[in-house]
Design a binder for this molecule. Structure first.
Ligand code: FES
Length: 176
């Protein structure tokens, strides 16, 4: 059976856009050595998570079984298998940020979101992650909100930004 026919058989039962995005990401890989891991990283970067469709496309692309792909994917805690929340908040708790108050920001944000640590809020609005260095130590403590860096962050400032994000989502939903 060719790769193409295998792929079209499977795609009959799943949304084709996820498959198509995964296929494009797999073909566009820049690394010289294509492996299951490089493929997982490429697709995760593209989709933000690894749905079953992506694992199947990777197994086809790398001539591996879905079980082999899953065993590599599940080994790395940074891969997620469910869609991310609407907004991302990453709090740096690296040494410089730690010294300059990251712990207070981290604890305050976790409490504000009703979480116990990293994870997604129940309403699907915020994905909270910790980061060991956002690369802007001179501006510590640092936070990344929807991939935009905030330097010299304060707990109140971060909570304000989170509230603004959530209000924006609600307004958008109300307008739909
Ligand atoms: S330690 Fe926080 S940005 Fe480097």
């Amino acid at each position: 059976m060719t790769t193409q026919s295998k792929s079209s058989n499977i795609s009959d039962s799943y949304p084709s856009d996820l498959r198509e995005q995964a296929r494009v990401a797999l073909k566009d890989q820049k690394s010289r050595t294509i492996t299951v891991l490089s493929s997982l990283l490429a697709v995760h970067d593209e989709l933000g998570y690894l749905p079953i469709e992506a694992l199947e496309e990777i197994s086809i692309f790398t001539n591996s079984s879905v079980n082999e792909v899953w065993s590599v994917a599940s080994f790395y805690p940074n891969f997620r298998f469910t869609p991310p929340a609407l907004h991302s908040v990453e709090i740096c708790w690296g040494p410089t940020c730690h010294v300059l108050g990251a712990q207070q920001i981290l604890q305050g944000v976790v409490q504000h979101l009703g979480l116990e640590g990293e994870g997604d809020t129940d309403d699907g609005e915020i994905s909270l992650k910790y980061n060991t260095c956002l690369g802007v130590c001179p501006h510590a403590p640092a936070v990344s909100i929807d991939h935009r860096l905030v330097g010299h962050a304060s707990l109140a400032g971060v909570i304000d930004k989170i509230k603004t994000l959530i209000e924006g989502s609600k307004n958008k939903q109300g307008g739909d």
